[in-house]
Design a protein. Structure first.
Length: 23
């Protein structure tokens, strides 16, 4: 069983981190 959950987490956190950086 191979489920890359960290990838989804990064995809979800990416815009948040970008928004924080731009803010």
């Amino acid at each position: 069983m191979h489920q890359p959950k960290h990838r989804r987490l990064i995809i979800v956190l990416f815009p948040v981190l970008l928004n924080n950086f731009l803010s």
